[in-house]
Ligand binder design. Sequence first.
Ligand code: ATP
Ligand code: MG
Length: 365
Amino acid sequence: MTTYKLLVLPGDGIGPEVMAEVEKIAAFLTYEGFVKFEVEKGLVGGSAYDVHRCAISEDDMERAQAADAVLLAAVGGPKWDNVPYELRPEAGLLRLRKDMQLFANLRPAICYPALADASSLKREVVDGLDLMIVRELTGGVYFGEPKQIIDLGNGQKRAIDTQVYDTYEIERIGRIAFELARKRRNKVTSSEKRNVMKSGVLWHEVISALHVREFPDVQLEHQLADALGMQLVRRPKQFDVIVTDNLFGDMLSDVASMLTGSLGMLPSASLGERNATTGARKALYEPVHGSAPDIAGKGIANPIAMISSLGMALRYSFNMDDLADRLDRSIARVLEKGLRTADIAGGATKTISTSEMGDAILEEL
Ligand code: ATP
Ligand code: MG
């Protein structure tokens, strides 16, 4: 059996608490012979600053580059509000994304039936929702040049941001979306604003050509980003995989997250280019939530987003879809039993701690 190297970066705030539950599950999966993980631990964010006076050490950067997958919990907190800007906790995460060239951000929005009443929408609209937003992460208007504020004199200033996309950037993110759809419900919705943006025209053209050339078996539709936003809160279950640029993806994935109820439930993956010889991708898995300093150290954080992030690693880095399904089913069953951490409590349910939630999921596994 292949041994997979996992680099675990617990980070700050509730990070170490939710990561402890993932470590428990990773150890169990290895012990039971489902998979062979070799787990290394590193420091990132404030916890790295406290020890090394940097947001991530060169040593840990190298280990991240060498790992088969990196699991990160969360960084930041008021303790580090006054550290120099380039050493701030978030700089560690940005460095990882940049050096590992993680250009694809995958954000699933899954609504477990047991939690459908916690959504911002009516139960029937979201019950059983399972969509995936694929957001381009390293290009577009957040990075395009020129990017500046020009003083025009006479009290006037001009701000410039530039949206730039090259064919290869659209192709590689499109390929990820189509490949994902083949493993899911075989449908991709591509979104841009070609009616007002040249980048949207190129996006539409490149995705359409890629579809004809490499993925004719997958159903493709195009929706303008504003219309898609509307459809997301109107009839979200029509979507399977949504692929879009950095800016629209940022906004749409936050909208989608509120369809599902709680921040404590949502995992994410960031993927890089495939290695031409091994076929493996650089990959980082992390919950959508932050370090939640307000509840850190209390043992009440919800570890499900972090545990689902391990599930995404099983699926997208190790091709172990069966095991990932088993993990997802275990989470669903624990919720069906009425076991809840405080953030998702409500109704006839039992409120349990972070580690009790980890244990309950382990029990189901
Ligand atoms: P960041 O800037 O790092 O994204 P943030 O301030 O946007 O952080 P979070 O740290 O994610 O937000 O937390 C927002 C609130 O949601 C927290 O105050 C916390 O109460 C709640 N929360 C976030 N994650 C969890 C979790 N795993 N379990 C329980 N509650 C959570
Ligand atoms: Mg935030």
